[in-house]
Design a protein around this ligand. Structure first.
Ligand SMILES: *Cc1c(COP(=O)(O)O)cnc(C)c1O
Length: 398
């Protein structure tokens, strides 16, 4: 048997074979942001050296972590900041602190990061998927209200890409229906609504420092934001095996292990003053994308418009179009990388099917999954590169 089947070979007099397709252009404007700069690498090595040679020899939850918590309190304008091992760990800690457990329901957006649902399962509660608004891709407030039952313990809106969830409306809803509000601001450091920082609107909030997030670092970590001393105390107990900080070795409740690393704390402290500059550089690109792409709304391109008095997330810039895959190919042919983050909404993932029977099809989440396309955005991008992206998108719709 031959390996190549010639039975479908064209006869000799057929049209000449088309030229082989052009080799793909390697993206010179790749989607993933570049690795840490030399300057950041130097800061990281300094942080390792500092912690490794400190006579204190405390490698987790030491004085640097405490200082980072304290400095972030002022930035987020909350009473307390509790550092933990990851954003996912922070969601689990927060759900536990809010009392979510077996028999409880937690309403989460159907379109978004997987830990929104898996963290609910991790505490033994049931995720209930609510739809998102198709254009902004964040939680639809009216649909969220429809999902609330007597068993609902909490609702967990998440800021997504550049869109911020409608926190004033969700806070009012949570108060009216007597459920807790956990604001997943994992990607939203630097965003605000009506002058109030994203992350500070709920009973608890969360920022992640996973490498790709706006204040991403060289490892895993996150912080939970709290204004309630009781919740803060529970979070501190839970993150360290339920251990009482005052009386180490006294375990007050079944805990979790989700602690913060001192090397990463030293690194984040060394970079904290540069955060606003990094965000401002991302904002320049976002403002250009908004201005250059808004006219393409007439061609069906969705460019989120958050309305007045909102500072958007500076995490990921995603447009939406029915021609998403063709647009991605058009950009790839021009050396511009793009990314589809969530090709399926959470309610359509097989592992969550048992919890999605109430919501077999959520039209907003389906549209977001089918249409979104993230464009390059990072703090090292130049305005000239941003123009290249928008010129290429304009040529697609021309
Ligand atoms: C990244 C992310 C998380 C999880 O954070 P990790 O630090 O990666 O565990 C949770 N929620 C949202 C919305 C995220 O984007």
């Amino acid at each position: 048997m031959t390996l190549i089947d010639h039975s479908f070979a064209a006869p000799a007099d057929a049209h000449p074979a088309p030229p082989p397709p052009a080799a793909p252009v390697p993206p010179d404007l790749p989607y993933p942001p570049p690795v840490p700069t030399e300057e950041e690498r130097a800061l990281l090595l300094d942080a390792f050296h500092e912690v490794a040679t400190d006579p204190d020899q405390t490698f987790v939850l030491g004085r640097r972590t405490a200082e980072l918590e304290q400095r972030l309190r002022g930035r987020a304008r909350v009473a307390d900041v509790i550092a933990c091992g990851s954003g996912t760990g922070g969601l689990i800690l927060a759900l536990r602190a809010l009392g979510a457990g077996p028999g409880d329901e937690v309403v989460v957006p159907a379109f978004g990061a997987e830990p929104l649902a898996s963290s609910v399962l991790a505490v033994g509660a049931t995720p209930v998927f609510a739809d998102v608004e198709p254009d902004t891709m964040v939680l639809d407030v009216a649909d969220t209200e429809r999902r609330i039952t007597p068993r609902t313990r909490a609702i967990v809106p998440a800021h997504t890409f550049q869109s911020v969830a409608d926190m004033p409306a969700l806070a009012a809803l949570a108060a009216r229906r007597g459920v807790a509000l956990l604001e997943d601001a994992a990607v939203a450091m630097g965003a605000s609504l009506h002058g109030r920082p994203a992350g500070s609107w709920g009973d608890l909030g969360l920022y992640s420092f996973f490498p790709v997030k706006p204040f991403g670092m060289a490892g895993e970590g996150a912080v939970v934001l709290s204004d309630d001393p009781g919740l803060s105390r529970t979070l501190r107990l839970l993150r360290d095996h339920g251990q009482d900080g005052e009386l180490p070795g006294l375990y007050r409740e079944p805990g979790i292990e989700s602690r913060f690393d001192e090397v990463q704390a030293a690194y984040q402290l060394a970079r904290l003053d540069t955060l606003d500059g990094r965000l401002a550089r991302r904002k320049i690109v976002v403002d250009h994308y908004d201005a250059a792409l808004s006219p393409l709304r007439a061609h069906g391109l969705v460019v989120p418009d958050q309305g007045p008095d909102i500072s958007p997330c500076l995490y990921v810039y995603a447009v939406q179009t029915e021609q998403r895959d063709r647009l991605a190919a058009h950009l790839a042919a021009r050396g511009i990388g793009t990314r589809v983050y969530y090709p399926l909404p959470l309610n359509r993932l097989p592992q969550f099917a048992p919890y999605a029977e109430h919501a077999p099809a959520l039209p907003g989440a389906d549209l977001a999954s089918d249409r979104h396309l993230a464009l390059p955005l990072h703090q090292h991008m130049t305005l000239a590169q941003a123009w290249r992206v928008t010129d290429a998108i304009r040529s697609f719709f021309a």
